[in-house]
Design a protein around this ligand. Sequence first.
Ligand SMILES: Nc1ncnc2c1ncn2[C@@H]1O[C@H](COP(=O)(O)OP(=O)(O)OP(=O)(O)O)[C@@H](O)[C@H]1O
Length: 243
Amino acid sequence: MAKLALRGVVKRFGDATVCDGIDLDVEEGQMVCLIGASGGGKSTLLRCINLLEVIEDGEIRLDGEDITVPGLDPQTVRSRIGMVFQSYNLFPHMTALENALLAPRLVKGQNSESDRQEIEGLFVRFGLADRMGNYPDQLSGGQQQRVAIVRALAMRPDVMLFDEITSALDPQLVGEVLDVLLQLKAEGMTMILATHEMEFARQAADKVCFLKDGKIIEEGPPSTLFTAPREADTQAFLARAIK
Ligand SMILES: Nc1ncnc2c1ncn2[C@@H]1O[C@H](COP(=O)(O)OP(=O)(O)OP(=O)(O)O)[C@@H](O)[C@H]1O
């Protein structure tokens, strides 16, 4: 596992500054939740960390190494930083197992029987043992999202980024995906989540960061941010935090 340190990260789209000098530390094995209004820059920040966006200023250090310096192969960095999106983005013509085997084989040349067994083990661990041979359209949204998580884990990442991964799910399927995150946390995975699941953040996060207009306006352990009067109505807290 690894740690991340962001310093002064700036990302603009035209005249709009979407990440406005973000400083963020994620220690090894921590789960950090990003919370904020739609358009606050959560997705963009995760995409910057995964090098899907080029930042205008600042540094993003993975175990001390600045991954934004020109010349670094983004693919190499991405193999260390897994990312899961709201839309599962599985290849529809491949089975769940084939989806998960693809990137390790293409990017890392992992094609051995033991590599395959390791990935099958991920399916077993996350309750998908009998779904490996199914195509995405034969799976529920919660199962597809768990397959997407397995696919990212198959690359043996040091850090995982999750962008609103339960937002497209029916409410009764949200829990099974959040359970996977709790398992990963228990195993010591370093994680950043952009989420609207306030109650989950309150219970599971080591640190919560509130984003507004591209800035972290408040951050700390949930015990200090979700204090009793706020806990009664977390949505009101969010409204207060982002108004
Ligand atoms: N490729 C892009 N080009 C131009 N503007 C963009 C681009 N991507 C994001 N933006 C803008 O950046 C701002 C932040 O978007 P972002 O998706 O990061 O917010 P968010 O906090 O993740 O919101 P949500 O909770 O709705 O996903 C928005 O105003 C959005 O329109």
